[in-house]
Design a protein around this ligand. Sequence first.
Ligand code: PLP
Length: 406
Amino acid sequence: MSFDVERIRKEFPVLDQEIHGKPLAFLDSAASSQKPRAVIDAISALYSRDYANIHRGVYELSQRATRAFEASREKTRRFIGAAEAKEIVFVRGTTEAINLVAQSFGRENVGEGDEILITHMEHHSNIVPWQMLCREKGAVLRVAPIDDRGALDMEAFASLLSDRTRIVAVSHVSNALGTVNPVEEIVRLSHERGVPVLLDGAQAVPHQRVDVAALDCDFYAFSSHKLFGPSGIGVLYGKKELLEAMPPWQGGGEMILSVTFEDTVYNEIPHKFEAGTPDIGGVVGFGAALDWVEEVGYDAIHAHEQELLEYGTEALLSVPGVRIIGTAPGKAAVLSFVMDDAHPHDIGTILDGEGVAVRTGHHCAQPVMARFGVPATARASLAVYNNQRDLDALVRGLHKVREVLT
Ligand code: PLP
C-alpha cells in the first residue's frame, strides 16, 4: 500500500488547527516532534488506572506501573538492537546522557594531557560537557573539521585520533545541517586505536533505524521528545562492560542496594544510574512512541521524508536570495537556510503570521554558524507527518518575507 500522509496526520491532533487564521504548517520537528494519539492515550491510561511509584511497592498498582515502565525498557532494547535491557539507562534526554558519560566514564578515564575528539558540527550538548571535563582534568578538546557542504572531513578526523584520545563523541546526524555522519567508519577507526565512541543520536532516531550492535558503538544517546514521545525522557545505551565499570554520577534512592552512614553498596546497572523517582509516565509514553514508529515503519518514514526533502529543496531554491546551509550528500530532512537582506528572526516572525512554524537562531550549534559565517539560520525540519502543503506554505511565506523586508 502506498504511503498515506493524510492518514498519519489524523493521528496528530495538534496539527489540525489554524494559527493566526492560517492552517498550521509545523516545520520544527528537529527541535521537538508532535505526539500521536497513541502516545497521548498511553500516558492518560497510566495516570487514569495504573499509576504508583515503581520498583518499591508490593501492591498491585505499583506492580502494574513497574511492569509498564520496564516493558518500555525492553521495547527500547529491541528498538535499537541492544543485547540486554540492562544496557538501557533512562535519563532526561540526550543532554543528560552525554553529561552522564562525561562525568562518570570521563572522570575515571580522562586525565591531564589526554584528548577528547568531537567534530565541528556538534550540538552544544555534545561540546560543553566535554569542555567542562577538559577544564577539570587538564585535557584537550580536539575538533574534526567539516567542509563547505557540511560533511565531516574524514581524513582530518582519522589524523586527529591519537594515542592520547580517550573518547570520541560525534553526532550521528547534525541538527543544524542535516549531515548524516559515516558513523560505522568513525567507530571502526576509533576502535582500531582502542578508543570508545559515543554517538549523539538525537537527530538520527526520528529518521532512520539505528542498530547499536551493528554500529558497535560504545554509547548511544537520544531523546524521546524528538521521536514522537514525551519530553523529559531519553536514553543512554552503553555496552554492559563499560556501564558496569563506571561509577554512579548521582546518589539517592533506587541506585543503592544498602546504605549505612559509613558506606553504600550500589545497585546493578541500569539502576545504578537512575537515582530518584523517574518520569514514569514519560517512559510509558515513550514505549508507546516506539510502538507507533515500528507500526509506521522506517522504510516508509525515510522514503516519505526524502521525497519531501527533494521537493522542499527545489521549492526553497526557487525563492530569490535563498541559500541553503548544509548540502552534504545523503542528508536528513533538515533545511537550514539564509535569505539576502532578511534576518532569520524576522523570517521566523513573518512566517509565524502565515501559520508556518520554523526555528530561527543558532540551533545550539554556534560553531557551525561561525564555520559558515552566519549568525543564525532559519530551519525547516521535516517529520513523517509533513506534506507538500506545509512546504508550499513555507515558500508562500518566504515570498511575503521578500515583499516586506527586501
Ligand atoms: N544533540 C543534538 C544533535 C540535538 O539536535 C539536540 C537537540 O536539539 C540535542 C543533542 C539535545 O537534546 P535534548 O535537548 O533533548 O537533551
